[in-house]
Write a protein that binds this ligand. Sequence first.
Ligand code: ATP
Ligand code: MG
Length: 476
Amino acid sequence: MKLPQLPELPLFHTIADAAGELGYPAYVIGGFVRDLALERPSKDVDVVCVGDGIRLAQAVGQRLPSRPRVTVFKNFGTAMLPTPEVEIEFVGARKESYRAESRKPEVEAGTLEEDLARRDFTINALGLSLNPEDFGALVDRYDGIGDLRRKIIRTPLDPDITFSDDPLRMMRAVRFAAQLNFDIEPDTFDAIARNKERIKIVSQERITDELNKLILAPKPSYGFKLLFSSGLLQLIFPRMAQLQGVEKRGQHAHKDNFYHTLQVLDNVAEAGGDLWLRWAAILHDIAKPATKRFDPRVGWTFHGHEDKGARWTPAIFTDLKLPLGEEMRQVQKLVRLHLRPIALVKETVTDSAVRRLLFEAGDEIDRLMLLCKADITSKDHQRVARYLRNFERVEEKLKEVEEKDHLRNFKPVITGEVIMQTFGLKPSREVGELKEAVLEAILDGKIRNEYEEAFAFLLQQGQAKGLPQGHHSLTK
Ligand code: ATP
Ligand code: MG
């Protein structure tokens, strides 16, 4: 690891000039400096000055050739300046004092030292000077560089104080550990376990924001294990924590569904899965504890856990304040169908079973196959290899049937309207039954998904039911 160095940008000199004129000591601070040292890409720059951050932002704005508009957040005492290279956020150095049961810190102007002391972690309390006398010099009051080298997350002050002041920092500790693959220093970790109940005063939006960042880490299982062992997971997402544990009766022990879920999540992450596929991995077995039964003849069963999990998905998304639109419906579908591809492996793969799967999965078919493959986690390598081989057969069959029948975005050619018009029917159960019969015939491969064939089939069905054929036509 190298020491962080300010990038050679005229911008930083412009800030230094403006700050000098106002008489404000100024520093680039926080995550940007950390990411420079780690050579991680970083988008936004934070600047702290000992003075009025909004005035500094305005002064810098006036000096920049691009004349950017300054956005002022008066309530926070901060200002944002967009530049062609980066977004810069300006704030005056501050100290904070929290009262025990309040979420709102009282903010007062403070010194640079006080500002660094209220930062969450030593690795986030680094600064680079923008002052003429020592331009570019590193400020590192808490050995943040040492902790970057040792790969350690540690609070600058007594961790009980840091976490109790803003309990979200406990989530951030775990999130940074997962993102950077760092350890949480033991005293800091113990303080999380001690202060975990304080997480309840933090808004769900902020918690979920950190959770999603953790989930997007290269190996998210690590973050979840930290959440679980600190006791935070039991508070912020109890259903997931309840997956943990093994029950044994005689010879029969089921697998630990928490660690299995984490393995599936890592597999999906490794395959480049996005946030929602990762959520589907997290939720795929979520209803196993609720559907667990013991059958003396076959051992443990979890019948219907996929349907129950899918039914729970909207409530889980609501509780976690995750979006309830298309993303939720995708996750729900993936949870509901996650057993289907592997079930196909066990049977002889018929065209009709494959058609049904394609029809139900629609656009999610590729992600469903990815999830299903990630779900193969047995410790028995031969067994895994056998499953994967069979799985490839299903994939081939899927491709074959898709090319032949184009069922992925299948819209039934025979609509309710057509049926009602043909037989002079009002909306009724009969219409639904006829529609279903046509759909079944297409999925079974009796007829092709094509209007004329399907319409002829519909007339047959109507005849069999003794329906009068009114004004039917062969055109759409
Ligand atoms: P990223 O942008 O990747 O989430 P970051 O470290 O830049 O990481 P931000 O949330 O952008 O995180 O915050 C910028 C800086 O502000 C941090 O590096 C840290 O110094 C400080 N900070 C942010 N949130 C907190 C907090 N809850 N408590 C204390 N300091 C914080
Ligand atoms: Mg940031």
